[in-house]
Structures are given as structure tokens and as C-alpha cells.
Design a protein around this ligand. Structure first.
Ligand SMILES: [Zn+2]
Length: 260
């Protein structure tokens, strides 16, 4: 069965036992990694090792280039040596710059001892386009989101959508409509009159899930500024509006509908 395994679910910085954003989506013949935050380090877990043993081909989808979603690119030589790896990024879409060039900048000396060209794997870097494209036999749809510097969201078939980082808005409705599982960031509770911060108010996320007719809402990209009580209150607010809401928990698999 296809499944999602959250590797990192925190926003901005690893805190309170959570790593920054990275989700693994495992189908019969493919392993996707969505974003490369510090959560990539969880591939060292027994569950991560088991996934890596099963898959020679790994497809990476990058939502944007902020470091909390990208620092784990430097961990790939450790985990993905010898594999066939494709990194699909929004360099052209967001910055009119090839994704490869942006990654090479990040991995050039003195920031890294191993430039991208020396990664010990069969590596290709491909630029995403907005709209639908086939990646590893799966239809992946890409939409621009509302975040400082830009970001994109993903939808894999009708099985799962991933929207982080973004201010939640009704613009996303057609994109996620009818999807089984919506994984969406939830950063704060509604603050009437407050200035937008490039992240989502949880009530809007729940309203989006309801209006779009998704079956399940998985919240993620936790705000490190929230203590346990505040995070619980945030979850409750969402569940009041959309009962089938749950938090994505790291290394706890979530069954998915078939991606194809
Ligand atoms: Zn960001």
C-alpha cells in the first residue's frame, strides 16, 4: 500500500523533538522525498533504512529554497549514495534561475566540502513547471503559493497534496479539490487584523479542507514558538471545523490511496 512517512514536521527550526520539513511518500515503485529539511536525517531510523533498502530510485520535490526546507540536501550523499536520484525544484518558476544553479551555489566551497557534481549518485536536477507533469509515472501538479520569496505546492494524483509554506487562501481550493489527504501547514490561530506573516491561520486551513471536500487533513510545519498547550489549542480549532484533522507525526506512517 502507498503511504506517507513524515520525516520532519517543524517549521523554521528543529525544536521540541521535531525536525524541519521533509515527507517521504512511498509507492510500490517509487520513493518521493518532499522537501529536504533536517527531517532527512530520520532516514537513519529503522523505518528510513527499510525504505531505502526497497528503493533504488528516489524522486525529490522541492517546494522552495528556504534553508529549513533544504539543508538536508547536504545529507543526501550519506543516505542516497549509489542510487538514481532526481531533484525537481522550482528554480525557474520562482526565481527564473535553474534549480541546479541554485543548489550548486549552496553546496559550493566554503559552505560544503562536497559540491553537487561530486555527489556519489546518478543525479539529475530538473526544473518543475506550474501545472501537471509526470514524475516517476505519477501525475504531479504544481501550484504557486503565497509566501515571501515564493513557494510551490504539490498534488500527487488524487492521493495527497502538500501545501507548505503559504498563507492559506481560497486560491488553493481548485488545486486541492477532491484530494484524499491534504497536508497543510498551520502556523497560528486566527488573529483578526494582524499583518499576514507568510504562513497560515489554522481556521482558514480547516475551512479550505471543508470547502475542497478532502477526506483528511494532516497538519504540519509546526511553529516552534507554540508550547504544548498552544499547539493543542490550534489542533482543536481545526478539528472543530473539520473533524477529520490530525497532526502529522514523525515516523508514524499514514496510509495513502494509490498515487496512480
Ligand atoms: Zn519558507
Amino acid at each position: 500500500m502507498d503511504r506517507l512517512i513524515p520525516l520532519g514536521t517543524a517549521g523554521w527550526l528543529p525544536a521540541k523533538g521535531k525536525h524541519t520539513m521533509s515527507l517521504a511518500v512511498e509507492a510500490a515503485d517509487n520513493l518521493f522525498l518532499i522537501d529536504l529539511g533536517t527531517g532527512v536525517s530520520r532516514l537513519a531510523s529503522p523505518l528510513g533504512e527499510e525504505m531505502l533498502r526497497r528503493h533504488d530510485r528516489v524522486l525529490v520535490l522541492l517546494s522552495h529554497f528556504h534553508l529549513d526546507h533544504l539543508v538536508g540536501v547536504a545529507y543526501l550523499p550519506h543516505f542516497l549514495a549509489g542510487k538514481r536520484v532526481s531533484i525537481w525544484g522550482p528554480g525557474q518558476v520562482l526565481h527564473a534561475t535553474p534549480t541546479r544553479e541554485i543548489l550548486e551555489r549552496l553546496l559550493a566551497p566554503p559552505f560544503s566540502s562536497l559540491p553537487l557534481k561530486d555527489f556519489p549518485m546518478d543525479l539529475e536536477v530538473v526544473d518543475l513547471k506550474l501545472g501537471a507533469q509526470m514524475i516517476g509515472g505519477v501525475e504531479v501538479r504544481v501550484a504557486a503559493l503565497s509566501h515571501p520569496g515564493g513557494s510551490v505546492g504539490f498534488r500527487l494524483g488524487d492521493a495527497v497534496s502538500y501545501l507548505s509554506d503559504t498563507e492559506c487562501g481560497s486560491d488553493s481550493l481548485p488545486f486541492v479539490k477532491g484530494c484524499d489527504l491534504l497536508c497543510h501547514e498551520a502556523w497560528v490561530v486566527r488573529r483578526p487584523g494582524a499583518r499576514p506573516v507568510g504562513h497560515s491561520e489554522v481556521e482558514q486551513v480547516a475551512e479550505l479542507a471543508l470547502a475542497a471536500g478532502v477526506q483528511r487533513l494532516g497538519l504540519m510545519h509546526w511553529n516552534p514558538g507554540l508550547d504544548y498547550r498552544a499547539a493543542t489549542a490550534l489542533l482543536r480549532r481545526a478539528a472543530r471545523l473539520f473533524p477529520n484533522t490530525f497532526p502529522l507525526r514523525e515516523l508514524v506512517p499514514v496510509p495513502l490511496q494509490s498515487l496512480k
